[in-house]
Design a binder for this molecule. Sequence first.
Ligand SMILES: Cc1ncc(COP(=O)(O)O)c(C=O)c1O
Length: 404
Amino acid sequence: MLDLTAVRARFPALADGFVYFDNAGGSLVLRDVAERVSEYLLTTSVQTGASYSHSVRASERLAQSRASIARFVNASRPDEIVLGPTTSALMRLLATSMAPQFSPGDEVIVTVFDHESNIGPWHILKERGVVFKVWTINPDTFRVDLDDLRALMSPRTRLVAVTHASNILGTINPIAEIAAIVHAGGAKLVVDAVAYAPHRAVDVQACGADFYAFSFYKTYGPHFAILWGRYDLLAELESQYHYFYTKDKVPTKLEPGNANYELAWGCTGIVDYFDGLGGGTGDRAAIVRAFDAVADHEAVLGERLLGWLRDRNDVRIIGDRHAPRESRVPTIAFKLDGRRSDEIVRRVDADRIGIRHGDFHSRRLVEHLGLADGGGVLRVSMVHYNTIEEVDRLTASLERALAV
Ligand SMILES: Cc1ncc(COP(=O)(O)O)c(C=O)c1O
């Protein structure tokens, strides 16, 4: 069980009584993270790699940051962690550094349900004559069908790019099963975990992906991101740095210039926070226990809102109508009959509750579902620091908005 009072005390922004339900846009930041960033900048912000004491300390902290993040995602070694500014930038970097591996006629499968960050960057491969196929979903059930993926795979399939969780539907995709299909076909799997990592323990080894990226500004930290890759696959990528950062320089050949080391150090605060929530044992098991409690609480939040939505006859839920913890995170999208989504959001704004409308850069999905008109979909995205009382404040606010 989460101690919500203790949890909420770790996020100073919650103190102002505002209800944050735009967490899939960007979550609040832990005090520890902000303090570590500040402390790093004021004490350690010197160049790494020199022999003077401050530089040695900076290098040590960079190594500790990578090791801490590696533990958070269960990577087998810290140098599998590539640091970068955003998931979009890291996906583009990955596509660019993988490009020489593709030949004309090779095939790539992207989805209609991904955020554009894991679709658009792959299109640069079209210049090499790569053929694109699109994995869609059933517009009535909002579900992915693994048989559809099997049908898209061919002997020429080289890569599949798919999201771990949709930032609109909230569905958690069965990445391990997808990985088995992709690998049986001899292809590689790239996973966008931006909408998943705030909600569940990331396990890059167990999920079977080959590359895996997410952003810390949606996972209680700063604007910063990582790309994980299996070491042997990272080693095959083209360098994106100076000529002397040769292919064997993993991961620095993929980190042109100096990354934001202060932000990497700040992210250790996220790992320590989840370690603490999981009993403070300092091992991987603590992270797993913490997210176990997070998943339980999130299921309750999701069910509270979905229950209210299900009870109305003017609502279309865009995604699973229930919130089982194995297959859904509490990112909940819906449309209200005859009402513009932007108009409802503005009314809710006035009650000091932050929700959002639009396509959230998953434009292909919203268009595929025919939901782009009227301001797109309404999205309420909750995380573990949200409360049942906040959900009730929102539904009361929505009721007032709908009464007008
Ligand atoms: C599912 C998903 N993937 C990728 C991104 C892009 O992340 P970044 O802003 O770090 O590029 C987002 C941002 O909203 C997202 O929700």
